[in-house]
Design a protein around this ligand. Structure first.
Ligand SMILES: [Zn+2]
Length: 558
């Protein structure tokens, strides 16, 4: 293969930097050029020569400093050009592409590069960008003087530690992330102190989902600082119970529909469809009916809005009304009409059976929506809202008694969501939750911004998990979260402008080496855990072998 090499000489580009000695202000002069270096750019390989300049005064310190601030093809001492690196950065940060895809695109551009080199570049992009984001955060925070902190932890399914995220709600910046073995209230306190010290800010308030450790931390160390309990989590705790109540309505109806011959429509089964005795396959005759029923069973619950059991029940009633309306027009006494009549009766029966439960759930849903609207209401003042919600939950408490609850309000114990609970237990649980959350639900009134929830943190965690799955790391989610989660969260939370900003802006090889060291440490720590784990299993096997538990002929490792 022939190698087409082009030579590029980088002189001092007009308008870049002062061409002056930084010590004596003397005009810099050409000293010598670097020897040629091959640089792989997007449009081919170039041999790059850089002119270097220095102070002409041999007595000046500047005489031994050879400089040229003009942009080069490469960055630092790499073989690949700055444009290749910028290309990778754009693909990762703006288009969220996978390493394999980026590799393919570069190969398509005739850039000779291995997949593992692309992978290393992707890592560099992620750590550099996340570092740049932190810089901007520090700039913003130190000007702010105050912090309104939202915090939450993420426990990866197959990970050992949890990743804690701290966000300032005034600037919407991630101010800190940390992997914790144990998120004790003392540990959380230490982190908050570190954040406050680092940015020289006053802690103006905290929003959390009311985990025990956080409540204890705030009550012990910051009794004066307002602590808002997340309104979304409070609402969701109630919703989870309501969903379960509705589920049993849904399950019963769905089961009956799926058993119906209108739904199963056996292929080989022929039925008479008119007075002349014409036969057609049931699957053909009931095809459209089956489609309708299938659509009904696919109804989804929409969080805080609709419940699939109630929806299904209402629509099944309408379905029965519709069929019954056309029954008189069908020929009587033939199989088609008989089957429809019989099946509609079965449907009516199941609707009747769940009717009471359904009405209860429907009533509960209406009450839920009233409560939800009040909780997020913005026109009335917090004191009024608290009063109204208190009255609302008093009504709910009375309803619980009406439905048969005996336990006193102060003796209520927490319950897990279950479709087996009766409606009185559900109402009682709501009242109990309200009594627990009330003190923290209106603390936002002491904040400089109206923030009632920290749910966006949970959403950010889910986006992070989706991103990791999208990168084909499904089986290693825990590992990726523990080693790279801190960077990914920053990138996923950053603004578009931040992601678009040049990846090589204020690039320094030294800084990159430090950042790489930090990432390597995280990975090494995590992999050393694996080594220890495999040691344990090796010694287990050894012991089994030694005591003759395992047949000696089986291979040592499996
Ligand atoms: Zn000089």
């Amino acid at each position: 293969m022939q190698k087409e090499e082009r030579r590029v000489r980088i002189g001092w580009k007009e308008g870049i930097g002062d061409k002056q000695c930084r010590y004596c202000k003397e005009h810099l002069q050409f000293a010598h050029a670097t020897s040629g270096k091959d640089v792989q750019c997007l449009d081919g390989v170039y041999n790059q020569i850089v002119n270097l300049y220095h102070c002409p005064d041999p007595q000046c310190k500047g005489a031994k400093e050879y400089v040229n601030p003009s942009p080069r093809l490469d960055y630092s001492n790499r073989y690949y050009g700055a444009d290749v690196f910028r290309f990778v950065a754009k693909a990762v940060l703006q288009f969220k592409l996978k390493t394999v895809q980026i590799h393919c695109m570069l190969r398509d551009k005739q850039v000779k590069i291995s997949e593992s080199t692309v992978r290393e570049m992707v890592k560099d992009v992620v750590i550099l960008k996340s570092d740049a984001i932190d810089h901007k955060t520090a700039e913003i925070m130190t000007k702010q003087g105050q912090i309104l902190l939202a915090l939450d932890g993420q426990q990866p399914d197959n990970g050992t530690k949890s990743l804690w995220l701290f966000v300032d709600l005034l600037s919407n910046r991630i101010v800190h992330t940390q992997l914790l073995d144990k998120a004790s209230y003392e540990n959380i306190h230490k982190i908050i102190e570190r954040i406050v010290d680092k940015y020289h800010v006053k802690l103006g308030g905290v929003v959390s989902d009311k985990q025990g450790n956080l409540v204890r931390c705030m009550k012990t160390y910051y009794p004066e600082v307002p602590h808002q309990y997340c309104a979304w989590h409070f609402t969701n705790n109630i919703w989870k119970h309501l969903e379960m109540l509705d589920n049993c309505v849904h399950m019963e109806i769905k089961k009956r529909i799926k058993e119906s011959i209108l739904y199963t429509t056996p292929q080989e089964y022929n039925i008479t469809v008119d007075g002349q005795g014409t036969k057609e396959p049931a699957s053909k005759v009931f095809g459209p009916v089956k489609k309708d029923l299938k659509r009904l069973t696919k109804k989804h619950t929409v969080k805080f809005e609709t419940l699939h059991g109630i929806e299904l029940c209402k629509e099944l009633k309408e379905f029965c009304d519709g069929i019954e309306a056309i029954l008189p027009d069908l020929p009587q006494g033939i199989q088609l009409t008989n089957i429809l009549e019989r099946e509609i009766q079965k449907f009516r029966k199941i609707v009747k059976k769940v009717q009471e439960r359904m009405e209860q759930v429907d009533e509960a849903l209406t009450l839920f929506k009233t409560m939800y609207a009040l909780l997020y209401e913005t026109t009335r003042n917090p004191t009024q809202l608290e009063q109204q919600l208190a009255e609302h939950f008093d009504v709910v408490g009375k309803l619980a008694q009406t439905y048969g609850l005996q336990t006193k309000r102060e003796d209520l114990k927490s319950i897990l969501p279950s479709s087996k609970h009766k409606i009185d237990v559900y109402y009682a649980e709501q009242v109990r939750l309200w009594d627990k959350y009330r003190e923290g639900l209106f603390q936002y009134q002491h904040f400089s911004r109206d923030v009632r929830t920290n749910v966006f943190i949970e959403q950010l965690f889910s986006r992070e998990v989706c991103y990791i799955i999208g990168q084909k790391c499904k089986r290693r989610i825990g590992f990726v979260i523990e080693t790279q989660g801190e960077y990914l969260l920053r990138i996923l939370h950053a603004t578009e402008d931040e992601l678009d900003a040049d990846i090589l802006e204020s690039f320094s090889q030294e800084r990159l080496n430090t950042l790489r060291g930090e990432l390597q440490e995280k990975i090494a720590e995590k992999t050393s855990e694996w080594v220890n784990l495999s040691n344990i299993s090796t010694s287990c096997q050894y012991l089994k072998r030694a005591y003759g538990i395992v047949d000696m002929t089986t291979p040592f490792t499996q």
